[in-house]
Each structure stands twice: as structure tokens, then as C-alpha cells.
Write a protein that binds this ligand. Sequence first.
Ligand SMILES: [Zn+2]
Length: 348
Amino acid sequence: RHQSARSAALFADNIPPAVYDSLVQTVRSNLGEMHRYMELRKKILGLDELHMYDIYVPLAEDVKWVIPFPEAVAMLKNGVAVMGDSYVEILSRGLDSRWVDLYERKGKTGGAYCDSIYGVHPFLLLNYQDNLDSAFTLAHEMGHALHFYFSSQEQPFIYSHPAIFTAEVASTVHESLLMEHLLQTTSDRERKIYLINYYLEIFRGTLFRQTMFAEFEKIIHEKAENGEALTSHFLKEAYRELNTAYHGEGMVVDAEIDMEWARIPHFYDAFYVYKYATGLSAAVSLVRQILTKGKPAVDGYLSFLKKGGSDYPLNLLQEAGVDMASPQPVQDAINRFSGLLDEMEGLI
Ligand SMILES: [Zn+2]
């Protein structure tokens, strides 16, 4: 018998509840950085009052940045060059040998996806448009593709498919490598603001917001487990308190936000969203190590890809160089977020 709904949900990936608590605690103790972002937003947008809907307004002037597919491929290859020649060679081979269904056409499904057929190779569905979003989607899905490629090469069928917990680390490592490369090589001020805005929003949406969701889930499940009723009044109040704590004094939390939880489909798949936050943290931490330590970190990461689903996610990540039971990866991610805020402050 599980002690709570949460430990039942974490059981499949063998994740100790302490990992979940450590995520919440580390994000909580760094909420000042999120508040700083909100204050910066308010300043850049020139507002007297910042409301929740102002979060979604771009901080850069409308940047026209057309990125045709060959250019996105070149960017990605440069971004992942640090992984070594044979890695880049496999990536090129995949892109040159029809792994990808690239453009929109009539009757084709939307979105983007990667899956792999054991013994064949990975396949990607994209709907590429010539912009930065699509370039990042390409990076993301190729991250999955390389993961699947290596794990299929090295593992028997039953261990070849990684768990979501680790699969989304590989895709996010690719996105982060591309982003760090673009930040390094972009000198145009508007484009740089655009990139930093893009990356800050990833941290806000994936690390801070999903951790806030994770806290909300924990609170409401505990309430139900204590035999108390989940009234709409309680749900609204709990959600409001979290939003106020996470966004800080600079944010006017309007009454409408109290009901936002009702439209978050993930709450019906309990204790799932924390994986977005741990996944981003692990990826940012790995990228920091890859870019600062070079070969030893790259080797650790490649062996993580090759292990596929042959061990529990935390063991695999530990071998790659991130210990999710410690606050370090989440702290690494928050430190990167702070660095971006500094850079943005310097640019405006
Ligand atoms: Zn993905």
C-alpha cells in the first residue's frame, strides 16, 4: 500500500518523494528571481500595473527572423558540435536520409513528434515554418531522435525506449545547446532581446509554473487524503495564494486567475507536471557541464543516451552527472535564469 497518491504516482519511475519536495523547496527559496523577472517585465513594458495577461506580451520589438530549414540545420549542427564529430555525423545522416516528414501539407496532422522503430531508425513528424520556434522544435525532436538512435543501437528491444522522465532531458539538452550557441553568436540587439525573452519564458513556464502546479497538486491531494472536502472555495484560495507567492509584489493577481486550475488538463494526470521542471533542470545542468568541462561531461552524456531505458531514470541521470536527489540541478537552472535576467537588464 502506498502512503499517498503522490508516492503511488512516482512509483512507476522509482522517484522518491524527496526529489519532488526538493524541487519545490529549491524553487521556493529562489522565488526572488522570479519576482525580479516580473519587475523587469513591468519596467520594459512601461506599465504601472502588471497583470497576469501581461506575461504573454513579447519583450522584444517584432523581430522578423526568417530561418529557412537549411539554416536551422546549420544552426543546430553548430550548437551540438560540442558533442563530437560522430554525433553530428549521425544527425546529418538522419536529416539527409528522410527521417523527417518536414513541411505541412493537406491532411497532415499538426504539431511535432518523434518515434523510433527498433532496428530501423527514428522518424520525425514536423510542420516546419521558417522561424525560430520551428528551429527549436527541430532541435527538440532531433534530441529525441539521437537518444532513440543510440539506445536502439546499444540496448535490446525491451530496454531501448527511455522513460519520459529521461526522454525529455535529451530533447531539452538539444534546445539548450542551440540556445546557448545562438546567444553566443548573435550580436544584433533586438534579436538578442528576442532570444533572452524566449529563454526566460521557457524557465518561467517550465520551471517556475510547473513547480507551482506541482505544489498545487500536492496541497489538494493531501487535503483529500485527510478526508477533507475539496470545495471550489478551497481550490480557488489555494491557487490564488500560490500565484501571489510565485509572482510577487510586482504582479496584480486578478480574481479570474483563481479559477485557472480548472482549465489545466494535466491536473487530471496527477503528479506528472513536476517532470517538466526536473527535466529542464537536468538538461540545463548537463549543458552547463558539457560547455564548461567538455569531453568528460560529453562522454557521460553519450553513455546516458546509449543506456536508453535500461535503468531507473535517477540512476541514469546520476551517471550522466546530475543528481536529482540533490538541489544542485534545480539551482543550476535558476542560476542560468538569473544570468539571463542580468543580461536583459544590461541590454535595455
Ligand atoms: Zn519531447
